[in-house]
Structure formats: structure tokens, C-alpha cells
Design a protein. Structure first.
Length: 156
């Protein structure tokens, strides 16, 4: 049998999170000692591990509770459990695509800075210098309505 503290250490959760999950009914058959402290057996650890993974995948506590309840009902709920998993799989794939877009943006931004560092292009990323650049352009040629800022305001 394991205590809350031991379970938290084993699974990389906080003690508060372990208590929260058990209070929400996400870990069936948690036992109590004579002082009403929670005690976990290996089966409880399996449930808690499953809950941890579902939560990390973005599943709400409400949906995890529904999933746990369905598991406890047995094989007749496999289709419904599958549908819950598909819902979160779809959301995870959408998040992955968004993460790829953010990573691409940061990769492009890093390359832009490398070009500045290597003196391939001038520093156009510092808003404090945009006015200087605009003034230089104004002095070099006819004034423009945007004062040279249209490029700088776009994400690099």
C-alpha cells in the first residue's frame, strides 16, 4: 500500500493533485487507514496513471470521470469510450498542427535574427529604431504615408 506522498513521488504528481483526483472519483477503490488517510494499491496506481495520461492529453476532469465510470461498467461501454478518445485525438492533432505553425514561426524568426547578426540584412526588429529608419528614408527620398513602418510591423 502506498500513501499520497509516495504515489505523488512515483507518478510525478503533486500531493494536492493526487487528493484532487481521488476526491473527484477518478481513482476507484481508494482505501483509507484508521486515520482516514488515503491508501493506494497497485490497481489504484494503474487508475491514477491512466488519469494522469488522459489529463496530459487535454481531457477535462468531467470527461475523465465519465471515462472512468464507463470503464467500471465494463465491455458494453467500449464504443462510447472509443468515441471519447477520438474526440480528444482530434483535438490533440489540431493542437499539434498549431504547435508546428508556432515552431515554424520561431524558426523563421531565428533565421531572420541570424541574418541580422551576420550583417546580411539590417536590424528591422527593434521598434526603437523604426523612427530613425523612417527619418532616413524621408531624408533620402520623398516622404511616404507609412513612414517605412509597414514591413517592420509585420511579424518577421
Amino acid at each position: 500500500m502506498y500513501t499520497v506522498k509516495e504515489v505523488a513521488q512515483l507518478l510525478g504528481l503533486t500531493e494536492h493533485t493526487v487528493r484532487f483526483y481521488t476526491d473527484k472519483g477518478l481513482v476507484p477503490n481508494v482505501q483509507r487507514d484508521s486515520h482516514n488517510n488515503r491508501l493506494f494499491d497497485d490497481k489504484s496506481l494503474d487508475w491514477l496513471t491512466g488519469v494522469k495520461y488522459l489529463k496530459q492529453c487535454g481531457m477535462s476532469v468531467k470527461d475523465i470521470k465519465r471515462y472512468v465510470d464507463l470503464c467500471l461498467e465494463g465491455d458494453s461501454t467500449i464504443q462510447e469510450r472509443y468515441e471519447i478518445i477520438l474526440k480528444y485525438k482530434s483535438a490533440a492533432l489540431a493542437q499539434l498542427e498549431e504547435a508546428k505553425r508556432r515552431a515554424k514561426y520561431m524558426e523563421d524568426k531565428a533565421n531572420h535574427y541570424l541574418n541580422i547578426i551576420n550583417h546580411v540584412i539590417p536590424d528591422d526588429t527593434n521598434p526603437g529604431k523604426w523612427g530613425e529608419k523612417a527619418n532616413a528614408k524621408v531624408n533620402a527620398k520623398a516622404p511616404s504615408k507609412n513612414h517605412g513602418r509597414q514591413h517592420e510591423l509585420q511579424c518577421q
